[in-house]
Design a protein around this ligand. Sequence first.
Ligand SMILES: *[C@@H]1O[C@H](CO)[C@@H](O)[C@H](O)[C@H]1NC(C)=O
Ligand SMILES: *[C@@H]1O[C@H](CO)[C@@H](O)[C@H](O)[C@H]1NC(C)=O
Ligand SMILES: [Cu+2]
Length: 664
Amino acid sequence: MAPTPLLLLLLLALTLVSAAVHPLDPLTAAEITSAINVIRASPLNSSASLAFHYVGLDEPPKPAVLAWPRSAPPRRAFVIARAGRATHELRVDLGNGAGRVLSDTVRHGSSFPTFTPDEQDAASVLPFQYPPFAASVARRGIPLSDVLCTTFSAGWFGRAERWAGRRVIVVQCFVAAGTANFYARPVEGVTAVVDLDAMEIVEYEDRVDPPVPKAEGTDYRAAAQRPPFGPENKPVTVVQSEGRGFEVDGHMIRWANWEFHLSFDPRAGSVISLASIKDSEEGTFRLVLYRGHVSELFVPYMDPSAEWYFKTFFDAGEFGFGLSTAPLEPFTDCPANAEFLDVDVSSGDGSPVRIPNAICLFERYAGDVAWRHTEFGFPGEMITEVRPEVSLVVRWAAVVGNYDYVIDWEFKTSGSIKIGVALSGILEVKGTYYAHADELSGDAHGSLVARNTLGVYHDHFFTFRLDLDVDGANNSFVKSRMKPVRAAGGPRRSYWTVEKETARTESVGQVELGSTTELMVVNPNKKTRIGNEVGYRIISLGGAATSLLDDDDYPQRRARYTKKQVWVTPYDEAEKWAAGLYADESRGDDNLAAWSQRNREIENRDIVLWYTVGIHHLPCQEDFPVMPLLTGGFELRPTNFFESNPLIRRRPNKPATRLHCSLH
Ligand SMILES: *[C@@H]1O[C@H](CO)[C@@H](O)[C@H](O)[C@H]1NC(C)=O
Ligand SMILES: *[C@@H]1O[C@H](CO)[C@@H](O)[C@H](O)[C@H]1NC(C)=O
Ligand SMILES: [Cu+2]
């Protein structure tokens, strides 16, 4: 039978759709399902405990991505599954027709993949079937029905515990009555260790018994607040009289002089790829960032006691930063002019889960200035030129247990990319006998934020992997040190000058930030007309803390890279996760610092810059019961990339109507 015109049309439509798939597009729900079905049809399915810990795109090699759309690389999924007590790495072909398992490798090693949300849920209800737990709770006079438990990664401490070598998680509990903020009411002193593969409690301790903090004053919900209310603001909104200024074409985003690919990964969260800026002189797009995303978020707490010492979290590697995505609220998380994108992830049993409003995109204009000058120098005449700062923001938020994180990628017409990290949410607090700051001993490991409530000292280290390809893949890393010089001869006694060093190998690419060193990624093969190497500078915008833990401390071995804010490595597609592909119970043998020990050459080749935004957090009362946003970040700023200020020919905006009718 000859194909009907309708069938032909359908086939044509299908071809067009598949041609539109960009090689870096995240897996669709259908692709997740098809990858899981293929694995379920393989011998691995005979394991009763088959669970899926990572289901994502098997990123095609860079040349294949750059060759698109002339040729399209095959679509493949990368899956990390657990079956029995073994970890399997699978690559699945998602190509035409039925897919197939291309490879299935058993991982040998002491560390483990990201937890699934399902197994964390299962572990956190185990105490309720464990009689000693009911006794602990009863002894404290708490109704069992008021108790709620959550899971904490156990870390690795080099000891020979009963459960060493097993995949375990710690369960601790809270009183969830009288407040939505159960984190503020810990049942301090009770700790259960769960073997995740056997799904049973293997260790239980009830050690100390400080009072459970009261519910009063802990709730953050509007409905739970009592007068006097305030402060009040009059509503503020954004008006775009001619509509939005950006275009969403599949996962490609085009706005002003920028274009980039926006993706999502269950471990990293939002991913920016192929960020290119149009050179208005040459009329062509020039690549800046091949791929950038959060690689790890290390959060060590500073209390060595039995209930707290292990709290040294790797939020991306252990919990899945992307899996922890919180849907964004229109009008508050993102302004009225925002567009929202959903993402698809896989649950532990492999079924796809859609997270609505996972990412938002909006143009930001907050009345700021991009450049200005007023000239008073001409007698009787004044010249003023001002250009407004309008930018495009890509926002994504994750909630890992108690903490909320907001990650922004902000693109500016000047060529800058600002990467912002922000922290909010609820402190991880410790129940204590202390009720007044005067009672605190020198080594309380935290600050008193409410009666019987200690906000424990801790850090947040956000490590970004930035595969910068400034005007091409082969780049160099240049450090410009400002050096004071003693002047001889003239009236001046001193000045400063600059000493430049191009890093030849990785050891020179590791930098502790200081105010007198400028860091640049340049393309030594491309120069401006007057001979400067084109480049991008890296500027800290707050949050430059490094880890204070000892090098031989176990959590520090696992996150050794947090002693320096900047690392530069040669591109290696296997090196994506700063704390290693398997971060749970890792031992520090597969991480950024370990890779860099090879001291490979990094001059004039494809390099990756790793940047850590670090924050030491000494909690205070304003962080309670919910913490106002605290921000840090950095800027990638064009430096001799353009021939001159790229906004010089930007025309002033048309005069807009003033919105206020009158001022009172
Ligand atoms: C895979 O295992 C599940 C659970 O044991 C079972 O329900 C399913 O039918 C199996 N699938 C295949 C294709 O064998
Ligand atoms: C980049 O540098 C590498 C190593 O020196 C070289 O093999 C490669 O050809 C260069 N690539 C380009 C595009 O110049
Ligand atoms: Cu904090």
